[in-house]
Design a protein around this ligand. Structure first.
Ligand code: F6R
Length: 241
């Protein structure tokens, strides 16, 4: 693992976006793994800037998002499909047919997960995956558990995640209780991973990810076994290292 500590969220975003830009410039038809949440937004802003200034062309890129809430349509403003279009895709030139976000309203969610896993394989796997980290050490929606989930699957969200995500909804009762998410195995197959974290609330999770036992109780701890992980955080998130 390489750990980089930068002064603020904007600088972290620029650093992560530079990794994406480098990947796209080197391999224009690369496969990018994307995340939602607050932390990657500065990264997406910097990726948009690269496009607007003409430095990076995303027209041959394929993307796969980590996860989606069960029950929210694409039009719902808290769906991750909507988030990604609002925060990135509407401002760059990835063709819509090359954008993949799990469908949380599929009739058969198990089949949706299996199809998604197969589509990632068929695309040749993810070249560079961005991750955030939950206060409880979750990555994507892989919550603390007794085992690491291998593949894309349906999950029940923990009370802590529901509480953390209530800020985006009218009330905690409106936060979906389930999600579909890439598995830990899916994420670990990415060729390179960049994880971004900001704020003191992430300090314990960042510490446990790097120094803790590799344990599904802290899903991010599995990243210790990945050969190419860069963690980019601010001083607050790094305060327990
Ligand atoms: C969402 C995702 C989640 C978030 C995590 C941190 O696609 O993968 O694991 O990365 O919940 O969220 P923020 O960045 O909002 O603190």
């Amino acid at each position: 693992m390489v750990v980089k500590v930068y002064k603020d969220a904007e600088t972290i975003g620029k650093a992560a976006a530079a990794m994406f830009a480098a990947r796209v410039l080197e391999k224009p038809d690369c496969v990018l793994g994307l995340a939602t949440g607050s932390t990657p937004i500065p990264t997406y802003n910097a990726m948009i800037n690269y496009f607007k200034e003409g430095t990076v062309d995303y027209s041959k890129v394929t993307t796969f998002n980590l996860d989606e809430y069960v029950g929210l349509t694409h039009e719902h403003d808290q769906s991750y499909y909507y988030f990604m279009h609002d925060n990135l895709f509407n401002s760059i030139n990835v063709p819509e047919e090359s954008i993949h976000v799990l469908c949380g309203t599929a009739d058969d969610l198990e089949a949706e997960c299996a199809q998604y896993e197969a589509a990632i394989e068929a695309a040749g796997g993810v070249d560079l995956q961005i991750l955030g980290i939950g206060h409880n050490g979750h990555i994507a929606f892989n919550e603390p558990a007794d085992t690491f989930a291998a593949k894309t699957h349906v999950v029940s969200l923990t009370a802590r995640t529901i509480e953390a995500n209530t800020r985006f909804f009218a009330s905690s009762a409106d936060v979906p209780r389930q999600a579909v998410t890439m598995g830990i195995g899916t994420i670990m197959k990415s060729k390179a991973i960049v994880l971004v974290a900001t704020g003191a609330g992430k300090a314990q999770a960042v510490h446990d990810m790097i120094y803790g036992e590799i344990d599904p109780k802290c899903p991010a701890s599995i990243l210790q076994l990945h050969p190419n992980v860069t963690i980019i955080c601010d001083k607050d998130a790094a305060s327990m290292l």
